[in-house]
Design a protein around this ligand. Sequence first.
Ligand SMILES: Cc1ncc(COP(=O)(O)O)c(/C=N/CC[C@H](N)C(=O)O)c1O
Length: 730
Amino acid sequence: MKLDPNEKLDILEVLRDLDQYRPRRKGWVWRQRLPEQTIGPFIYKDTSPGLKRSVPLPAAEYFSHIDPQCDLVITTEIASGRFEDDLRRMRMAAWHGADHIMVIRTTGQSHIDGLIEGTPEGVGGIPISRKQIRATRKALDAIEDEVGRPINFHSYVSGVAGPEIAVLFVEEGVNGAHQDPQYNVLYRDINMHRSFVDAAESKKIMADAGILQLDGAHNANATAKEAWKVTPELFVQHAVNTAYSRAAGMAPVQIALSTVPPTAPPAPKLRLDLPYAVALRELFKGYKFRAQQNTRYMEADMVETTVSHVLDTLISRLTETDIQSTITPDEGRNIPWHYNNIAGVNTARQTLMGLDGLDELLDIRQDGAFREQVRELKERAVLFLEEILAQGGYYQAVEAGHFVDSGYYPERRGDGIVRDPEGGDCAATVIRRAADYGAPVCSHFGANRYAGKAGKPCGDYGGCTLCDPAKIRYIDEADDEDNVMRRLEIPLAERAQGLLRPEVEKHGDGVVCLTLFIPDEPHTAMQAALEIARHMGLNNPEVINQRVMHPAEGSLFEIKGTVDLVIDKNALPAFSQIQPLADDEIEAWVRPRAIHVVAATVGEDEHTVGLHEILDIKHGGIEKYGFLCHNLGSSVSIEAVLDKVEQTGALAVLISTVVTHADIHKQHMQRLARLAAERGLRPKVLLIAGGPRIDERLARECGMDTGFGHGTTGRDVASFLVRRWQGQDR
Ligand SMILES: Cc1ncc(COP(=O)(O)O)c(/C=N/CC[C@H](N)C(=O)O)c1O
């Protein structure tokens, strides 16, 4: 399957012949770290090979449109309910630099003791099924070809069907997965013994396939009352899962510790988080580090969240990190909207590029409080581990509620998560293996009657699904109604008709977001804001963020709601906007020619701000290209303008006219056109009018060469002039 950058992803092509699809590879792919790389005008220190196609950062246009790619893998985490809508989100994320796609599972899948088939719709996440994985991996194959970089597809081996899910992931080419039995125990209340026995099997299966493992320590950050106090426990959780993973046969390079800087401003973030981040890397040298951004202290304000995530990413760059995972800035207020996945990826990409080569500039001071804090954290963690051993082991520690306690260990407040070693989901379901137990697939932890040949136990019985994909049974759909083809009926019909609806998460969800400021005390302001949203036609308007600017002066609101609006794109005016020339191209043409330009605000008009924006170098005006500008100021007569043209030999006139009562702006333009012609200055001298009520059509009707309205920049004006003169070979 091949993607055309000018065409939307064809979901029907993705779904076609899925029973024949085979994944390209097994296991995880890291980026290639390049020690030095020249990209555009710069030499970078912490980058990987660039992409074939991408959407550069907005500011890239000032640096020859470069889009340097950092050395860390960048994750985006998707949570919707319809995998078919997530594929586009993945494509958008890949074009913005993500190469690790994590898809949250539907609520409750952890408690389903078996595999889900088909493509049912999920809640808060996707029902992970064979068909969903195949479709997603197949789409990611095409997306990685389109951007020119391998993309890692990630999911979760947890819950009561862990081993089965692990085998499914290996069969279907999943590249990374969370696997940490402590997650089952602490957050899903699944029986401890079942969780650890399943984990050994799952880890061995993952290990043999090279699937990168993430542990679950980040969940303690998100759950703890005061997250910075849970840091000693995080080391313990990492230690338990890491040691168990090694015992199950995983190599250190496959074991990624999932670490979140625990705090957020107004806490003194780096003074609390950096010692922990450094202590972690020192204690677990030789493993991989997957840095995740903080979700514990996310509220609804996307600016605040983004700043915290920039600080998290700074900590990643200050320490050794292999994966920078991102959190969408709206995760604190709703199921992530697709363009906020992209916002999260851009925060990481932009920050990491800004910090390129940081370790050549800064060292972390080893004197003073820092090194003391690092040592103390390690000591608290070791004491915690020793206490677990003293009290009989992990099960007993959890039974005593020693995990996610809000005390700063060894302080305890007795509010930790308590689990009964004999209780929880699927208690008493682990039975001793018979002496002649035979494993269904080659990857297996523990005794197996099948010895096989050359390390392939399945050789004793004609092959297993891990070694012979032909043995995989592909079931396709399991429900005639709850499946992707049913869900696609309306979206595909509307797409075929060229109908467009606004959306944030799912195709056609019609959700829009309104930002407005209301100058009153918070409660009145909120009611007024909602009322305005209703008058604007938003159904079920809901405030998703209120930022108080002042208790009496007013608040800023973000309001979401749905609109029943559908646009027929075939009825839209043809799009013809000409892109402005690049700054360096304009300057290269203008500066050597020493071109004079006469500008003025004409008639009885004192509004000069707009003209200054177009002319002055400070505002990015045309002076910066080398134009010799003669600004005659305000309330200037047309005669005076033309006198100056004759004096200077100017090749262009820029008049600004804001006042329009009695059509005075048209009269100015018509008079300028007539008098310039009478003086024989036409067509040599170009005439341009500008102002909030001016546009190209009106200006040309009044005898100008063109006109510019609201939002015009000096670059727009200069591009027009240069293109016109180039056409006249000046
Ligand atoms: C160790 C572990 N196992 C399983 C699951 C998923 O488990 P359910 O299917 O029961 O939701 C999770 C979930 N974490 C979400 C990603 C997180 N926001 C992240 O950035 O890593 C997990 O952390």
